[in-house]
Design a protein. Structure first.
Length: 344
């Protein structure tokens, strides 16, 4: 009994164990199949996703560089009416004596940035001149600055370059002379006392600007307003030791060619060595015209008619040079001299 009973029990146990193993194997197989299926499914989905991404997002194009804007030109500065010729006035080689002679005796007056003009050791009644070798014609501006020292009879004027011999040439005054500034205390010392100071002070307190044209018998009547003392002349106050300047404009307008002089006018600098002229605070003389009615401030009749040409501007539109001379017992120091021409 016990044997038969034990045998079935063992068989049953064995069967149970086999069944469990079979079921376990089946489960494992199913699990493997499920995993395999899952992998295939994921791979397919991944391909779909990648394909979708590839299809829906095109490659990013290379950025197109923005066009480079053309550079904005710098604003052009306005050129002023006159251009500096940059005449080398402090260079001793730019000067000569009367008749074109060497003026080595004046070399000591050249101080680098200034020129001290004296009688250079000679008696004042025989004082020599120094003059520029070069001259200037047509429309222009001459600007000179100086200081007169005590005892000076300062003389600054213009003569044509054609007048090689400054004194004694019979072409004078028909060839023209323009006195920028002429004092008279030295003249009085040698007996020439005809000029008076219309400001009412002494001969050492003023200088006169005058034209000389036509003939030695050509004179202009006096006028009543200062600084003009004649239609072609003006007087300007000065003081020893005080710097002053004269600006002489050779220009033209609707009334003809003219010369206009101003004391203590200012040259206003601009680009490219150009300048304008400011009369603020200056003593400004009348314009002296050359036209059908006026021969450089003089009525063109009688002794004042020789050489008159209302169109050419003779003689002052010709080539004139600068003359410097001390005519008494002092000196004057030129601090600046500029020649400007019309800006093209």
């Amino acid at each position: 009994m016990n044997t038969s009973t034990d045998t079935p029990a063992a068989t049953s146990q064995t069967l149970t164990t086999f069944e469990e193993l079979r079921l376990t194997d089946v489960a494992m197989v199913d699990e493997k199949e499920d995993m395999s299926f899952l992998r295939r499914t994921l791979q397919q989905k991944r391909k779909v996703v990648l394909g979708a991404v590839t299809t829906s997002i095109p490659p990013t194009p290379e950025p197109t560089p923005a066009p480079t804007p053309a550079p904005t030109p710098a604003p052009t500065e306005k050129l002023l009416p006159y251009t500096d010729t940059k005449f080398d006035w402090t260079n001793f080689a730019s000067w000569e004596a009367d008749t074109g002679a060497d003026c080595s005796w004046a070399m000591g007056g050249f101080k680098g940035s200034s020129i001290e003009v004296s009688t250079f050791g000679r008696p004042f009644a025989q004082s020599p001149v120094i003059r520029t070798k070069k001259g200037w014609s047509g429309e222009k501006v001459l600007h000179i600055e100086w200081t007169s020292n005590p005892g000076s009879d300062t003389n600054v004027w213009l003569l044509p370059v054609s007048l090689v011999n400054q004194f004694g040439d019979p072409r004078w005054p028909n060839c023209g002379e323009y006195d920028i500034f002429e004092m008279f205390n030295g003249d009085a010392a040698i007996g020439n006392t005809g000029t008076k100071n219309y400001f009412g002070s002494s001969l050492t307190d003023f200088g006169q600007s005058t034209t000389h044209i036509a003939s030695t018998m050509c004179f202009s009547a006096e006028t009543v307003h200062k600084p003009m003392v004649a239609p072609n002349g003006a007087q300007f106050s000065i003081a020893y030791g005080r710097k002053t300047s004269m600006t002489v404009i050779f220009g033209s307008d609707g009334n003809g060619k003219f010369i206009q002089q101003a004391q203590d006018a200012k040259l206003k600098p601009g680009p490219n060595s150009t300048y304008d002229i400011s009369f603020d605070g200056a003593t400004v003389a009348d314009k002296i015209y050359n036209n059908a009615q006026s021969y450089w401030g003089t009525t063109p009749t009688g002794a004042c008619a020789a050489g008159f040409n209302p169109d050419s501007g003779y003689p002052f539109w010709g080539e004139f040079r600068l003359i410097l001379q001390e005519q008494y017992q002092g000196s004057f120091v030129v601090n600046n001299f500029q020649v400007l021409t019309k800006t093209p």
